[in-house]
Design a binder for this molecule. Structure first.
Ligand SMILES: O=P(O)(O)O[C@H]1O[C@H](CO)[C@@H](O)[C@H]1O
Ligand SMILES: O=c1cc[nH]c(=O)[nH]1
Length: 316
């Protein structure tokens, strides 16, 4: 389902706060009613790109500078604007903000709350949030880029569950349909060529709270079922095949349900674009070479950069 662009924070208390400090980003908003500096610095942002690693987000900013703006973004894109917070890194390049989020939903949800407030204070117009990540593939060739339809949790439910005030709160976890279609459109070109050099598919994405047992790996520090017995390779494959066949899951990472749910809740159009590093039906260890990893990690950059050129900058 597509949203109509009316995004908002979902917190009436913010209306009463005269100042705000985005602690983990070290961004101070001394006057929330008139946040001139924030508007000047961030008001032009149209796309917020997120990914686990600081270095990947720095590389992404450089890639966008060179490939979207042809080296003429006019931005100091190498400067980490969130460095004083010592938690996350952020780089502005033209109308794109690239931010790292660490590993897993808990670290990503912190930066996401603060970024959603930031774009609101800055009065950004309909900003898009796109996660550019890595994942384990299910039945797809390593290097495939998956654009997610829905996030699934490790219990194979498409929802994000969080404990709030001692109660379970469950929120739906699907991504914006129009944004997904525009991203898939950017993967194709009428005349073939560079755009089709690697596979881009749509599929559902499982996001777990654990890289090892949560993703059914056999190589963690523990490998136990609920009954306290070790699970076997057959148990693992049985589970992964269920993910694939029953839920249409094509890749596994650690943020999709939370990311889909919080952005959807706040009316922000979002997408999850992850490359697969390995086929989990064939193994567990990520042992791509440095060069392979660089090539794979750059594939979502290529897709998102083409999307920004085709669908964002062409309309301004
Ligand atoms: O490649 P990134 O964006 O870090 O994402 C994936 O990699 C991490 C695990 O290695 C998890 O955060 C997972 O979601
Ligand atoms: O298998 C993988 C690879 C990358 N990230 C994950 O969360 N899982």
């Amino acid at each position: 389902m597509s949203l109509n662009g009316a995004y908002s924070t979902k917190n009436p208390n913010l209306e009463q706060m005269t100042s705000d400090f985005l602690y983990h980003l070290a961004v101070n908003i001394p006057d929330t009613k008139n946040p001139t500096d924030i508007k000047n610095q961030f008001g032009h942002i149209k796309v917020v790109c997120l990914g686990g690693k600081d270095a990947r987000m720095r590389e992404l900013a450089k890639y966008i500078h060179e490939n979207v703006y042809n080296g003429k973004s006019g931005s100091k894109y190498e400067k980490d604007i969130f460095e004083d917070g010592h938690r996350y890194a952020g780089f502005i390049v033209g109308s794109v903000l690239c931010v790292s989020h660490g590993v897993g939903s808990s670290t990503m949800s912190v930066v996401l709350h603060e970024l959603i407030k930031l774009v609101r204070y800055a009065k950004c117009v309909d900003p898009l949030f796109i996660r550019i990540g890595t994942s384990g593939g299910l039945g797809v060739k390593p290097g495939t880029v998956v654009v997610s339809r829905k996030g699934y949790n490790g219990l194979l439910c498409s929802e994000y569950e969080i404990a709030i005030l001692g109660e379970r709160v469950s929120r739906p976890a699907y991504f914006d349909e129009r944004l997904r279609k525009d991203l898939l459109d950017a993967a194709t070109s009428p005349d073939g060529g560079e755009e089709n050099a690697f596979s881009v598919i749509e599929g559902n994405t499982m996001g777990t709270d654990c890289f090892y047992e949560g993703q059914g790996r056999l190589d963690g520090a523990s490998c136990m079922k609920a009954n306290g017995e070790p699970y076997t390779k057959a148990d693992k494959l049985n589970f992964l095949k269920r993910c694939h066949d029953e839920c249409g899951i094509r890749n596994i990472e650690m943020e999709a349900p939370m990311f889909a749910a919080l952005t959807l809740h706040c009316g922000i159009r979002a997408a999850d674009v992850c490359v697969t590093l390995l086929n989990r039906l064939e193994g567990d260890q990520v042992n791509s070479t440095k060069a392979q990893l660089k090539d794979f990690e750059e594939r979502p950059f290529r897709l998102v950069a083409r999307f920004i050129k085709r669908h964002i900058l062409s309309s301004t």
